[in-house]
Ligand binder design. Structure first.
Ligand code: CUA
Length: 326
């Protein structure tokens, strides 16, 4: 859907069309109200101008002559109804935006002053560029190495803050191939305005060729498996370990019970928190013997470990881990 009269950026996702729909509805109602007010001002200026023979007597309120109550009720109720409609409409779009499909292609994004670093699950890396296939949902897991940035693609009508010390997620499903500007939308220092990039939405074939043309970097999960052993994680969490620590296979995406009786989803954020501050959320049935890794491990290590644990999502707990990786 396009709007030839107004120069909005091209809408490259179905979601962008929906956001535009809401935008035009709000704009249309505001324009209607603005025109109505302008008309009323003009009309009253003319009608009650100095010397005009208009009736200026006030209604006799004491005698119950006021007829203004119905008008007052109307001008309260009608705008209120419009506010509620726009609220529900916006909230519905927000929840769609907040709920990535489970089969989405996962890409890691690390922001820093002043560039975007992108890592695909197969290990392919990019700077200030993001290549994605058309018609497939893509889920970005984002973090910042320094200050707050904001990942913004106008053609997708989506933006989300990228924060140091935690992951945020943004997802989209582009349906139009093309090259779209990527911007940082949070003032992040003197180089903020240069913190731009491009999103390439490619046909399936072009995307496969692009993927195949990559360097022979090992996948993130494979790097994560090496990290898992280097950092000593496998000593306790590996199969056959004599230390009482939970196996991490088959957990990704599941709800896991905690010692305090609550449940938490075993996702990127939980993995990250558990590595950095293991004592905060302890798995039910285990004591916490793990040292905190906060300050001892890089964002890159965290991404790799997360990719490795994600790759174990469908692995039973007792098989030797790492064998499933190419
Ligand atoms: Cu990064 Cu502005």
């Amino acid at each position: 859907m396009s709007y030839p009269l107004v120069a909005l950026p091209v809408a490259a996702t179905p979601y962008a069309d929906k956001v535009d729909g809401l935008f035009w509805a709000v704009t249309g109602v505001c324009a209607f109200v603005t025109l109505g007010i302008a008309f009323a001002i003009t009309y009253f200026c003319f009608r009650y101008r100095s010397g005009a023979a208009a009736d200026r007597t006030l209604p006799d309120l004491a005698a119950g002559k006021s007829r203004s109550r119905r008008i007052e009720a109307t001008w309260i109720a009608v705008p209120f109804a419009f506010f509620l409609i726009f609220f529900a409409w916006g909230a519905q779009l927000y929840y769609v935006y907040d709920d990535p499909p489970g089969n989405a292609l996962q890409v890691f994004v690390t922001a820093k002053q002043w560039m975007w670093k992108v890592e695909h699950s197969d290990g392919r890396r990019e700077i200030n560029e993001l290549h994605v296939p058309v018609g497939e949902p893509v889920r970005l897991v984002m973090t910042s190495q320094d200050v707050i940035h904001d990942f913004y693609v106008p053609a997708f009508r989506e933006k989300r803050d990228v924060l140091p010390g935690r992951y945020t997620v943004l997802w989209f499903k582009p349906t139009l191939t093309g090259v779209y500007p990527l911007r940082c939308d949070e003032f992040c220092g003197t180089g903020h305005s240069m913190m731009t990039g491009r999103v390439y939405v490619m046909s399936r074939d072009a995307y496969s060729r692009w993927l195949a043309s990559g360097s022979e970097e090992p996948s993130l999960a494979r790097l994560g498996f090496a990290r898992f052993r280097e950092l000593g994680c496998s000593g306790c969490h590996g199969p056959g370990s004599s230390i009482h620590a939970p196996s991490l296979a088959g957990l990704y995406g599941q709800m896991v019970p905690l010692a305090d009786g609550s449940f938490v989803r075993f996702d990127d954020a939980y993995i990250r928190d558990s590595i950095l501050q293991p004592a905060r959320q302890i798995a039910a049935g285990y004591s916490n013997d793990m040292p905190p890794f906060a300050g001892r491990i890089s964002e890159q290590d965290l991404l790799e470990l997360t990719a490795y644990l994600r790759s174990l999502a469908n692995t039973p707990p007792d098989v030797p881990q790492g064998n499933h990786l190419q």
